[in-house]
Design a protein around this ligand. Structure first.
Ligand code: NI
Length: 149
């Protein structure tokens, strides 16, 4: 079976997830004026919300037996448990332990999600599969990609 896998083939597999959350861009180490000048209306006192669209990409070689890189049913469950349950309908500044001492920019969120998934994946995958990229679309126009560097 799977004649085309006689030589190892590297592939990239992506799953999308979405969650809605509120945040406020505010660094308590800076003055109100400095926060306003850096973050503008994103620093408004009571926050605002986004519909975050996240793309998680795994990479590695295709399994000779299954023809999969990684079972997407397993990835779906893992992302619901680790990401959606943790972030959906939360206030990122107040409700998420992993962001407690951070300004919840899209950059910081991408790195945080990477760290959460990386440690979970390490417990269940073999060395052939690794986390390749976390991409977050905060709006239709703005997105951030993190590749673990
Ligand atoms: Ni925002």
């Amino acid at each position: 079976m799977n004649d085309r896998l006689e030589t190892p083939r590297k592939v990239y597999v992506t799953r999308k997830i979405e969650f809605n959350a509120a945040h406020r861009l505010f660094n308590p180490e800076l003055s109100e004026e400095d926060n306003l000048s850096i973050y503008g209306k994103c620093s408004n006192r009571y926050g605002h919300g986004h519909n975050y669209l996240i793309e998680i990409t795994l990479s590695g070689t295709v399994d000779r037996v299954t023809g999969y890189l990684f079972d997407l049913k397993v990835l779906k469950t893992l992302l619901e448990e680790e990401i959606v349950a943790r972030f959906d309908h939360r206030h990122l500044n107040h409700d998420v332990t992993e962001l407690a001492n951070s300004v919840p920019t899209t950059e910081i969120l991408a790195i945080t999600i990477w760290d959460i998934l990386e440690s979970r994946l390490r417990t269940i995958t073999n060395k052939e599969v690794s986390l390749h990229e976390v991409s977050i679309h905060e709006t239709g126009k703005n997105s951030v990609r993190y590749l673990g560097e």
